[in-house]
Design a protein around this ligand. Structure first.
Ligand code: NAP
Length: 257
């Protein structure tokens, strides 16, 4: 028996098989869920190829979380795939211009790029939750991915600010969707070598020493533990948890110096 037997889950933000979203889709299928995935624009054809590497090839939807037409059409696009209810929605999406916002550019980051980063990486959690709202009901669970935004990191710069906005957005969504029985939580993952991570100039500085300092150690090539936590939060085993951030980082966050 799987943790997600009988459930239907949308995973937004799958490009490569290194994507955290890909690992979530894989674990969710292994745990019995029906899975749909999404990506946008030019990378959609890559996602369609990569989707074939999952245990079962899922439908791939075109969803740019900054495109209101895509958002407005999402519930119908899901219904066209035979989905009447979503038990889980995974937001595995972030973008910040690496040239202007990351890698030590904090003091110079221009507002146009900051606003894009906040829209794509934080506001879009609300956009995605509302776009799927007609298919959500009691027991449904929205889960996003953050990188601990309670402190300032090397290199992460404006993406850290965007993650702080994401963390706050998640709490407000939990507040406003809770009365309808819908949960909203985040998983705060340690550094993982994905496309998004490789685009951060100075990712090595963030990553450095994590594996040796974290009480449980940390493998930055293994998306599995993060994916399992996301799936657990979508399961019926966290029925009274919302507005929460679960750290999946080998315990690194719990240390001082
Ligand atoms: P990833 O594979 O690059 O996934 C990020 C996804 O966001 C990509 O599929 C990307 O599509 C998509 N995206 C960007 N702009 C979008 C838009 N406007 N509409 C829809 N989708 C859009 O990298 P990842 O590391 O798995 O990232 C997934 C999540 O985990 C992100 O929120 C990230 O911040 C978070 N996270 C990552 C780490 C880490 O160390 N890797 C740690 C903690 C948290 P394209 O590829 O087509 O641009």
């Amino acid at each position: 028996m799987g943790l997600l037997d009988g459930k239907t889950v949308l995973v937004a933000g799958v490009t490569m098989d290194s994507s955290i979203g890909f690992a979530v889709a894989k674990v969710a299928q292994e745990q019995g869920a029906r899975v749909l995935i999404s990506n946008f624009g030019r990378a959609l054809s890559i996602t369609k190829r990569i989707a074939k590497r999952l245990p079962e090839t899922p439908p791939v939807l075109d969803l740019d979380v900054t495109d209101q037409e895509h958002l407005d059409g999402l519930a119908d696009a899901l219904r066209a795939e035979g989905v009447e209810r979503l038990d889980g929605v995974v937001h595995s999406i972030a973008y910040g211009n690496p040239e202007t916002l990351l890698g030590g550019k904090f003091l110079d980051g221009p507002w146009e790029d900051v606003s894009q980063a906040v829209q794509v990486s934080a506001y879009s959690l609300k956009s995605l939750a509302m776009a799927t709202r007609p298919l959500l009901g009691p027991g449904s669970s929205v889960v996003g991915l953050t990188f601990d935004a309670t402190i300032a990191w090397p290199a992460y710069d404006w993406m850290g600010v965007a993650k702080a906005a994401l963390e706050s957005t998640s709490r407000y969504l939990a507040r406003d969707l809770g009365p309808d029985g819908i949960r909203c939580n985040l998983v705060s993952a340690g550094p993982l070598k994905t496309l998004a991570a490789k685009a951060i100039p100075g990712f090595e500085e963030l990553d450095e020493g994590w594996g040796t300092r974290a009480p449980l150690g940390w493998d930055n090539t293994d998306q599995g533990p993060t994916a399992k936590a996301v799936c657990a939060l979508m399961s019926d085993f966290f029925p009274a948890t919302t507005g929460e951030i679960v750290h999946v980082d080998g315990g690194y966050h719990s240390l001082g110096a």
